[in-house]
Design a protein around this ligand. Structure first.
Ligand code: NI
Length: 255
């Protein structure tokens, strides 16, 4: 009973064994997977996965790394894809000031544009925030993204930022990084945030938790994230698994 709320099974690192990896995850107790898109091609790929696997849902959207080449045509394509029954969110969208793969004003423009799109189609957003906390908060507030809500994936902000997001109705998602030795900040946020506002994810094939760090990640390892959160919050593993699963179903409108 686990919901991996953020994975990238479109990634070429799965080209050799994608189907086996997905089936193994299902057999190991992963009940749901949400595939997060990074551009129009991966949005399309995600929709294909939802048609092949009953327990996979998907988002459509353009990642800040990829917005340099984005245009309004992409929004038109997303408008078509979002009509598919298992497209449940817009993402991942946001700002990445660590890699700065696209100019910051371009990143901000398309983050806002995709929030407007999410509001138009009434879907929650999946937000990528790397070293851009202040602008993420300003743009979420000024655009009233709370009208659709969403989740900040692999949350890396402070307790204060977490409080502001929780007050706006957002969820916070945590990945394998909570198992790393330098996870002090994430642990503080996890101690603070109520379990009914937390999601878990792998961000596969990235962010592999300990003790598998360095290897390719897959959804089976979302169990390790749940175990770590259970330890931090003094809850049972079953409690964390079931509550985070229900949180994700609520947010993404999965019956
Ligand atoms: Ni991701």
């Amino acid at each position: 009973m686990l919901f991996d709320s953020h994975a990238h099974y479109d990634d070429e690192k799965f080209n050799e064994d994608r189907d086996d990896t997905i089936k193994n995850a299902r057999e190991s107790g992963v009940s749901y997977i949400l595939n997060a898109a990074t551009d129009i091609d991966t949005s399309l790929f995600g929709v294909g996965l939802t048609e092949k696997y009953d327990f996979i849902y998907t988002a459509v959207g353009v990642h800040p790394h990829c917005v340099g080449a984005m245009d309004e045509d992409a929004i038109i394509k997303m408008s078509e894809l979002v009509k598919k029954p298992k497209v449940v969110a817009v993402g991942e969208i946001g700002l990445d000031y660590y890699y700065d793969n696209s100019p910051r004003d371009v990143q901000k423009h398309w983050f806002l544009r995709q929030i407007e799109f999410a509001k138009d189609v009434n879907k929650p957003i999946i937000v990528h925030d790397r070293d851009a906390h202040e602008d993420i908060m300003n743009l979420i507030k000024s655009s009233h993204a709370e009208k659709v809500g969403g989740v900040i994936h692999c949350f890396s902000g402070s307790v204060q930022m977490a409080k502001e997001l929780l007050d706006l109705g957002f969820y916070l998602s945590f990945a394998g990084a909570v198992t790393f030795k330098n996870a002090r900040k994430a642990i503080e946020v996890l101690q603070y945030a109520p379990i009914d506002r937390i999601l878990i994810e792998t961000d596969s094939p990235y962010l592999t938790p300990e003790p598998f760090r360095g290897k390719r990640n897959d959804s089976r390892h979302v169990r390790l994230v749940a175990e770590k959160i259970a330890e931090i919050k003094g809850l049972s593993f079953e409690d964390v698994a079931l509550t985070t699963l229900n949180n994700a179903k609520d947010l993404f409108g999965i019956a």
